[in-house]
Write a protein that binds this ligand. Sequence first.
Ligand code: CTP
Ligand code: MG
Length: 192
Amino acid sequence: MHTQIILRIIDALWFILPAYVANSTPVNVSKIQFLERYGKPIDFGRSWRGARILGDGKTWRGLFSGILAGTVVGFLQSEFQYRVILSLESIFRDQVIDLPRMSVGLGFMLSLGAIIGDMTGSFVKRRMNIDPGDPAPLLDQLDFVFGAFFFSWLLTGLLNLEHFFIIVLITPAIHLLGNFIAFVWKLKREPW
Ligand code: CTP
Ligand code: MG
């Protein structure tokens, strides 16, 4: 019973992994000094109706690095599955074959969708006069998830509702857990 639930969560995580990677890459890449000059805002600093279109938190560097990193992870996932399926002796074979099938194209669309979903979240925040970095609970954590599922649906015409609901439920929880660990390690000032 419990293992069933855990296996279903692992399935959903395997599917969404490129989007998670695409979403978490930009903030880390923003700390790399020599890429500083590529940190131009996607909206080129322009405003619309009295507020920035997206804001300084959405850069070309983040967009390209996120899509690239997520697509590479999707490629590695598909290679891994392909090789394990070929090697019949593998003891993990049956479990691994059960995982949803990843492909480079799907990894790319999940990553592109994650980045565009995150940009859409920023666009909505700016329209509500919420500054970059200021919290918009749930929107901040889930904008990229919606984008990723939407773009995977554009590619495949399929939307796995079980994957969708599992990811929508556990992503905010993973965020809170990650922030709490960062707080304990004194990387963050607040525990949330
Ligand atoms: N980032 C980036 N390019 C992107 C997305 C993120 O360079 N396309 C970097 C920025 O340095 C950003 C950081 O990652 O400040 C954290 O991303 P996020 O929390 O999404 O942005 P915020 O700064 O909080 O801005 P917003 O309110 O628009 O989400
Ligand atoms: Mg943010």
